[in-house]
Design a protein around this ligand. Structure first.
Ligand code: GMT
Length: 379
């Protein structure tokens, strides 16, 4: 198949999923054309069957805002014609689903559109009255819609389109890359042999509640010598750094910034913290579990579909810092329990979320859509 993929190329789970999916599809012999505003994070070096088309948005003095949506639609149509694409698979509803539909109108009905909903495109933007109608339109005009958890499907139906059929296709990891690496020497650079290491990985948006991680560390440290490693970048990072200083924890908190390969960092960690207030899936939790790291998380959105309470980690209500700290201590103080959960986490991640399985699910959807079995609202 000839597949166009559009996503936000910078740091973020939807971009990572889209990029990794494209790479796996290319490996399976499909031709993949990334149509994005920048080279997708994690695309890496040259790969057979992968092409990249930049969406370069020009701004003219008559425009108050650069017309990304229209330029994207135009570029999608150009690439679709030139490369004879079968379908466009767009990640994140706004504006990608609408741009793809416009491209389809320009190119012809044979060009199919698959839209994957990732999270805040529904759980945040879907509550914005200036956007809800266009989100609904983009979803309804797609030939097939997928979402990354059952929880996100429910919220999309409740909020935006009750009758829309949406298939649940979870995020995935490549078990050949995501496993617990031997990083004994590296770990020694961050913590001594007595200390424990907690990790948080995100794009530091408000919904991630990253400051809760610092508060959890503060409580954990009252009983166990531990440090916290933050990976990633985003708007809330300065607030997290400020809180770290206010609580006098600067010697115990490390900020690593954006990292291309996170598996060595995850492999060093004892626990992953994910206290989000909204989280449609929680790719970072899955990545951690695949590396044998149990997860302490909030019971938000799709997280309970990913982290199994009492088996691969512990879940607590959103903002329940005390409980999260207590759960963290349970694991840090009991090595047998930790080892059991770490092993469960690896098995769970490998059996349910391995790329092999999930990429096949996407391929099946592409085939259905091209055979004319696409789903529409109320179909
Ligand atoms: O934060 C977002 O909503 C954007 C998105 C992204 O691009 O990072 O993240 C979402 O998509 C990921 C991949 O499907 C999910 O694993 C994340 O849980 C989800 N984030 C939220 O729902 C907050």
């Amino acid at each position: 198949m000839k597949i166009g993929i559009t996503c936000y190329p910078s740091l973020g789970g939807s971009g990572i999923v889209a990029t990794e999916l494209g790479k796996f599809l290319a490996e399976r012999g499909h031709t993949v054309h990334f149509i994005t505003s920048g080279v997708p994070f994690r695309l890496g070096t040259y790969m057979r069957n992968i092409y990249y088309h930049e969406v370069e948005v020009n701004s003219y003095s008559v425009f108050r805002y650069p017309p990304y949506d229209l330029t994207l639609a135009s570029r999608m149509a150009q690439v679709a014609r030139m490369a004879e694409l079968d379908l466009l698979h767009v990640h994140y509803a706004v504006p990608h689903a609408v741009s793809a539909y416009l491209a389809k109108l320009m190119v012809g009905d044979h060009l199919k559109v698959v839209t994957t909903l990732h999270g805040t495109d529904i759980t945040v933007l879907g509550y914005d009255p200036t956007l809800i109608d266009i989100i609904r339109f983009g979803i309804q005009r797609s030939d097939y819609v997928t979402a990354v958890s059952e929880s996100l499907i429910q919220e999309t139906k409740q909020l935006i389109c009750h009758d829309q059929e949406i298939a649940c296709i979870y995020n995935f990891i490549d078990p050949a890359q995501y496993y617990r690496h031997d990083v004994t020497a590296l770990r020694r650079e961050y913590v001594n042999s007595e200390q424990k290491l907690l990790v948080h990985l995100s794009n530091f948006r408000k919904v991630k509640r990253a400051p809760d991680c610092v508060r959890i560390l503060q409580q954990v440290r009252q009983q166990v010598d531990a440090k916290l490693l933050f990976i990633g970048e985003g708007p809330e990072l300065p607030a997290v750094q400020q809180l770290t200083f206010e609580l006098g924890l600067q010697d115990y908190v490390m900020f690593l910034g954006k990292q291309e390969d996170i598996t060595p960092m995850l492999s060093m960690a004892d626990l992953m913290l994910l206290p989000s207030e909204k989280e449609s899936f929680g790719l970072s939790a899955l990545e951690a579990m695949a590396c044998g790291v149990p997860v302490i998380a909030s019971r938000a959105g799709g997280i309970p579909e990913v982290v199994i309470h009492g088996e691969t980690g512990f879940l607590a209500p959103i903002g329940a810092v005390d409980q999260m700290a207590a759960d963290a201590l349970k694991l840090l103080k009991h090595p047998m329990l930790w080892a059991e959960m770490s092993q469960h986490a690896v098995n769970w991640a490998k059996t349910h979320f391995a790329a092999e399985r999930i990429v096949t699910q996407y391929e099946e959807i592409y085939r259905k859509v091209l055979e004319g079995e696409g789903r529409r609202e109320g179909a």
